[in-house]
Design a protein around this ligand. Structure first.
Ligand SMILES: N[C@@H](CCC(=O)N[C@@H](CS)C(=O)NCC(=O)O)C(=O)O
Length: 196
C-alpha cells in the first residue's frame, strides 16, 4: 500500500501500528479492522483492509499510473503474480502464524525458520518461473501491482536471512524496482516508526 500511494503521489497521513507490541490486536484497531492486520486505509467513508483491495481502490480514485492493467494479457499476468505472493506465500509466514507455531504448537526457533524457508522456496520457485529475466518490472515496462507485492515479500525473505541465489529473476527485478523513488520512499527503514 505504501508503494502504491507513493507511485500515485497520493497525499495521506500515516498512523503507525506497532506489530511487535501487538497494537494490531488492540480494541481500537480491531474496531477499524476486525482482521487485526495492517494495512488499513481510511478514505472518507471507506475503511478498507486487504492490500490488493486497497490498491484496487487507489487505482479507482487515482488511475495514473494504473497498477492493475485494465485489460489484455498483462492484467492476468499482474493479478497472477500479485495473488501468488499475497495468497500463497505471505499468509503462511505472517507474524501471527509464526507466533502460533512457536507458542501454541511448541515448535523450536529452528523449526519455525524451516517452515518460513520452506514456504518461501515453494512460492519463489513458482514465481521465478513466471518472471522475465531482465533488469526491469515484473510485467511490461512500468511498475504494477505485481512489483508492489514482490518487493515487500523479498524484503521479508531477506529479514529472515534467506539468500535469493536460487531465484536470479526475482533478485534482478527486486533490485531494479528498489532504485525507483517510490519504492525507496516506501522502504520500512524510512518509516518514522521503524525499529531494527
Ligand atoms: N491479506 C492481508 C494480510 C495483511 C497482513 O498479514 N499484514 C501483516 C503485516 S505485513 C500483519 O499485520 N501482521 C500482524 C500479525 O500477523 O499479527 C493484506 O494483504 O493486507
Amino acid at each position: 500500500m505504501r508503494i502504491a500511494l507513493a507511485l500515485k503521489g497520493l497525499a495521506h497521513e500515516s498512523i503507525a501500528v506497532n506489530l511487535r507490541s501487538g497494537a494490531q490486536r488492540s480494541a481500537e484497531f480491531l474496531a477499524l479492522n476486525p482482521s487485526g492486520l495492517v494495512p488499513t486505509l481510511v478514505d472518507g467513508a471507506a475503511r478498507l483492509s486487504q492490500s490488493l483491495a486497497i490498491i484496487d481502490h487507489l487505482d479507482c480514485i487515482q488511475p495514473e499510473p494504473l497498477l492493475v492493467p485494465a485489460d489484455g494479457p498483462a492484467r492476468g499476468q499482474v493479478l497472477e503474480i500479485a495473488q501468488l505472493i499475497a495468497c500463497d506465500i505471505h499468509p503462511l509466514n505472517n507474524l501471527r502464524v509464526l507466533k502460533y507455531l512457536v507458542h501454541e504448537l511448541g515448535l523450536s526457533e529452528a523449526q519455525k525458520n524451516a517452515w518460513y524457508a520452506h514456504w518461501i522456496a515453494e512460492g519463489f520457485n513458482a514465481l521465478e518461473a513466471r518472471l522475465p529475466d531482465h533488469d526491469g518490472w515484473c510485467v511490461g515496462t512500468a511498475p504494477t501491482l505485481a512489483d508492489c507485492c514482490l518487493v515487500p515479500q523479498v524484503a521479508n525473505a531477506e529479514r529472515m536471512n534467506i539468500a535469493l541465489t536460487p531465484w536470479p529473476r526475482i533478485k534482478r527485478i527486486a533490485a531494479f524496482a528498489r532504485q525507483h523513488p517510490a519504492f525507496i520512499q516506501a522502504e520500512p527503514q524510512r518509516q518514522s516508526d521503524y525499529t531494527a
